[in-house]
Design a protein around this ligand. Structure first.
Ligand code: WT7
Length: 663
């Protein structure tokens, strides 16, 4: 039955490679005039005043862009503002009683929570006062290691209020990963949580946080613990550990004047994976980042104050920072937060939430859409999803089949889909259609947003012809861009600019940002992102460095060498494939396999869990000793093997291949 429906859908939508924006959407869209592209080109960089104008400034900026010292660009210089005031205070008069956050917990027998702008403002003030009393000063980095509880955005906004940058560590990351990030940021404060609910069960979190704290090399002054689980489990509280609820109660009614921050002052740090084992601390600033997330939320997500906007990402990743917290709240809308997974208690949980809250937008990841597709249409079909006006995806390429399924079964063929390409580093969306202006092409993210100069180039830096593949590059700066890697300007240049820039030049024309993605472009200027060209995997839309995983594996007793590659996965997009050489005297058996999986989970977290561990006496290497990852990828994907003639040990490849097909 399901299959029949799919076949029918395929047949009808298959040949369609272009979809016009639905008329009903265009009529009400925030942006519906194509002339914006030309206008922004002509007015660049002043066009970005339009983004800055969405914010309230304490001090007007003097210059839109200071590009005198590339690639250390500065935006809206001389301006001063506060992100928490922009997300809260200025909405109080008109929207004080309206919901700012609608929070849905995972257990269905528990009350959900609504925070009006008034209530959110109050609690942010109280917690900001508590942080200040604790000694948190301007520019002190506060780490948050929290799941999807309302206290996470509250803590972020409280930090923003007092000018303390936050560094949020995804709650699914391991204790080690927390320690690495606190050490790198020299962060002396942690806000965490006793636990949360996952697929019906309470999950301890504080013990993991405590374990992480043991790995912090400097003194941690204070730890704040949010009580999510009540008395479900006892966790010891050291003298420097404070209960969040007590702190807020002790500061009841406190008011904290928002600190006027320079536009270029750091708003937050976010650690992300790169080619080396050491995560990169991406630095975002107050003015440019907030303007970027507000503008893209308005132009692309089409957010209006009266909307109930739902992004199903986790705030522990950049998507949640930009498009659950900062962008939507800057626009004064209602943003939703869901604590749990989409399949609990049933596979219709998201659709149930959308129906109940009459959500107007859904922004999710292709991996989720592929899972929904697998589960079948009976789950969305049970619910009235007609409140939805726009659908979005982010994090990885979406295959046309999943795109069409989303379009038909969730959007009822009446919602535009935005396929948004961007990165932690870009702060917000970069390549996507403006939903009220441009036709959609399934599988292709679309043209660059107005005011952006994105090009697909070949190794000599020239633009490729339509249909050809090359490297995605951004040729001009934009307000939401990262400013540097925390305490590491050199690595910032190395990682993002060196490849295509003349690094000795101080002419901005000579500087090109390279995001490490491959892409192709068509005759209409639509960009199809092909995936990372560095050693970074994209597992369920999460970025993982192969080096990080490899160093976790070689840390396991009995492992001599390891190579990690990505293999195609029906739902996750990519999955972690590991090839391991054991030390003499160790057996590549189940016990060893378990220890390797555990080692990876301990070092990074369950998201990096290997799909397959293949033991091998050797790895395929070139004569110069480089591991030929491409061949290992071919094996993982069951693909025809690439050229092995440059190997010094060509026989090993078929040996490994035979092993994998045996398993
Ligand atoms: C990498 C960035 C952007 C927030 C979530 C991930 C891939 C992202 C798309 C898309 C194809 C995409 C890229 C990019 N990516 N969006 N729409 N189509 N690929 O943020 O962890 O910084 O990862 O995700 O490879 O470089 P991130």
């Amino acid at each position: 039955m399901q299959e029949e429906q799919d076949v029918e859908l395929e047949a009808r939508l298959e040949d369609r490679e272009r979809f016009e924006p639905p008329e009903s959407f265009v009529e009400q869209a925030n942006v519906s005039d194509e002339s914006i592209y030309e206008a922004f080109d002509e007015e660049w960089p002043e066009c970005w005043e339009q983004a800055a104008d969405l914010l309230d400034w304490d001090e007007e900026y003097e210059t839109v862009l200071d590009d005198s010292n590339p690639p250390f660009y500065e935006w809206f210089t001389g301006g001063e503002l506060n992100a928490s005031a922009n997300c809260l205070d200025r909405h109080l008069e008109d929207r004080g009683d309206e919901a700012a956050i609608e929070w849905v917990g995972e257990p269905t027998d528990e009350e959900n929570r609504t925070y009006t702008y008034e209530q959110l403002h109050r609690e942010v003030n109280e917690f900001a006062a508590a942080l200040r009393d604790m000694g948190v000063g301007e520019d002190d980095v506060v780490t948050m290691y929290m799941p999807m509880v309302p206290e996470l955005p509250i803590a972020m906004l409280a930090c923003a209020r007092i000018g303390a940058p936050h560094s949020v560590v995804f709650a699914g990351f391991s204790a080690d990963a927390l320690a690495t990030r606190m050490n790198a940021a020299d962060s002396e404060y942690l806000v965490t949580c006793d636990g949360y609910y996952r697929r019906g069960d309470p999950l301890e979190h504080k013990a993991k946080a405590d374990e992480g704290l043991e790995g912090v090399e400097h003194e941690v002054s204070d730890v704040v613990v949010v009580d999510r689980l009540g008395d479900t489990y006892d966790h010891p509280m050291a003298e420097t550990h404070h209960d969040y609820g007590d702190l807020v109660a002790d500061h009841e009614g406190a008011e904290v004047e928002p600190v006027a921050r320079d536009a270029e002052d750091m708003l937050f740090l976010m650690y992300t994976s790169g080619t080396t084992g050491q995560p990169k601390g991406v630095k975002h600033t107050t003015g440019g980042y907030l303007a970027w997330t507000a503008w893209t939320s308005q132009a692309v997500l089409d957010i209006k104050p009266e909307d109930t906007y739902f992004c199903s990402a986790d705030i522990g990743w950049i998507t949640g920072h930009s498009y659950i917290v900062y962008g939507p709240l800057a626009l004064g809308t209602t943003t939703m937060m869901y604590e749990g997974t989409p399949d609990h208690p049933e596979r219709d949980r998201l659709w149930e939430i959308i129906e109940e809250y009459e959500a107007t937008q859904l922004y999710t990841a292709p991996t989720a859409i592929r899972a929904f597709m697998k589960w079948g249409t009976e789950f969305p079909d049970k619910h009235d999803l007609s409140s939805l006006r726009l659908l979005g995806t982010v994090g990885e390429p979406i295959n046309p089949r999943a795109w069409k399924w989303y379009y038909k079964h969730i959007g009822d063929e009446s919602c535009p889909i935005i396929d948004t390409w961007w990165q932690t580093e870009t702060g917000g969306m970069m390549v996507t259609t403006l939903p009220g202006v441009k036709d959609m092409k399934p599988g292709s993210a679309g043209p660059p947003l107005p005011g952006l100069d994105v090009q697909v180039i070949n190794p000599s830096g020239e633009e490729v012809e339509a249909g050809q593949a090359g490297h995605l590059t951004v040729q001009k700066p934009w307000p939401g861009m990262l400013r540097t890697l925390y305490n590491n300007d050199e690595r910032y240049i190395e990682e993002y600019w060196a490849e295509y820039s003349d690094t000795d030049s101080d002419d901005p024309e000579d500087w090109v940002y390279f995001p490490e993605d491959g892409a192709k472009i068509d005759e209409d200027g639509y960009i199809t992102v092909l995936g990372r060209v560095d050693d970074v995997l994209n597992v369920s839309g999460h970025r993982l460095g192969t080096m990080e995983i490899e160093s976790a594996i070689v840390g396991v007793e009995g492992v001599a060498e390891a190579a990690v590659v990505g293999g195609n996965h029906e739902v996750k997009g990519e999955a972690v494939y590991t090839y391991v050489i054991t030390e003499d005297g160790y057996e590549g058996d189940d016990e060893m396999r378990d220890r390797i999986v555990e080692g990876v989970e301990d070092a990074i977290g369950p998201i990096a869990r290997p799909e397959a561990v293949v033991f091998t006496p050797e790895l395929p290497k070139t004569r110069s000793g480089k591991i030929m990852r491409r061949l290992l990828e071919d094996i993982a994907n069951g693909d025809e093997l690439g050229n092995t003639s440059t190997l010094r040990n060509p026989d090993i490849v078929s040996e490994i291949e035979a092993k994998v097909s045996d398993d």
